[in-house]
Design a protein around this ligand. Structure first.
Ligand code: C5P
Length: 290
């Protein structure tokens, strides 16, 4: 095989609960992650002359600062293959939007390189490699509905919540993930970490045969600190609230806000009538693991 094409789906957080600040500077998290149909498209082509990246987005670096580059570098290092690859990324997921676009590109490149070189895959080992690139990269290897803990790298697959219709809105501003976590820490005193939160009720609901109860405590602890740096988030939430969603929530460290609707028609109506013209707005569906 000389070249392959792969998809790198985005994710949303149905829950992002911060348990505590760890000694290594990371936060101990409990999250429920969900893959969605919005995806980057990636082409990989064998190349003897090192790692070359091209992408469709002017704002995305094509060097070692691109997580896809790191994934390719790690692949050749771990497998001792003395070859290279040309990577082309068609970016559809907004950059630094809280939907793990860069992480998903990295996981897809790693997985794609195993295919390109016809190597046997052990996903547990590959996930360990991917954890070196970023906390949510291991999740992106297979996606789906997942309970993630630790710094985000420990994953437990849950049953797929089923196809739900969404609207994704990303205001055109960037928020830095470390900064949002820092503000969270400043807002909280260390003895004030809210640890009576119980994610089990949501996990039990997802594991049961019952319909998802959207009135359970789906939440994102980073929403409040993100709103402090970016007032646009609140404006987006205020509009979404009035579109009759089952749930609306910020994803990751923001600034994307998503809403889940009971029908495709309602999602499309909300997207078509979205009043803020500078936002990135798209309808999408939840997808199972890939
Ligand atoms: O792991 P990753 O490089 O994606 O994390 C980016 C930044 O997000 C970290 O440097 C840290 O500031 C913050 N982070 C955190 N706790 C986590 C995951 C990320 O504080 N569990």
């Amino acid at each position: 095989m000389k070249e392959i094409y792969i998809k790198a789906p985005a994710k949303i957080n149905l829950v992002l609960h911060i348990k505590r600040l760890r000694n290594d500077g990371y936060h101990e998290l409990e999250m429920i992650m969900q893959s969605i149909s919005l995806s980057d498209r990636i082409k990989l082509k064998r190349n003897s002359g090192g790692i070359i990246i091209k992408n469709s987005d002017y704002d995305l670096p094509n060097d070692k600062n691109n997580l896809a580059y790191k994934a390719a570098e790690l692949f050749f290092e771990k497998t001792n293959i003395d070859q290279g690859v040309e990577i082309y990324i068609q970016k559809n997921i907004p950059i630094a939007s809280g939907m793990a676009g860069g992480s998903s590109d990295a996981a897809a490149v790693m997985r794609g390189l195993y295919d390109l070189y016809n190597l046997e895959t052990n996903f547990d080992i590959i996930r360990e490699y991917l954890a070196e690139i970023g906390s949510d990269v291991p999740y992106c290897l297979e996606g789906g509905t997942v309970f993630a803990s630790g710094r985000g790298e420990k994953i437990e697959f849950l049953p797929f919540i089923g196809e739900k219709h969404l609207v994704i809105v990303t205001p055109k501003i960037c928020v830095s993930t470390p900064e949002v976590f820092n503000i969270y820490d400043k807002m909280k005193h260390s003895d004030d970490y809210n640890d009576n939160y119980n994610i089990e009720a949501i996990i039990d609901n997802i594991k049961s045969d019952k319909k998802i109860d959207w009135n359970l405590n789906f939440k994102n602890d980073l929403a409040e600190p993100a709103r402090q740096i970016c007032s646009e988030i609140k404006k987006v939430e205020d509009i979404m609230k009035n579109t009759d969603p089952l749930l609306y929530l910020m994803s990751g460290s923001g600034p994307t806000v998503f809403a889940i609707y009971e029908s495709r028609k309602k999602a499309e109506k909300a997207a078509v009538n979205w009043p803020r013209k500078n936002d990135f707005v798209i309808t999408a569906k939840t997808i199972d693991s890939y």
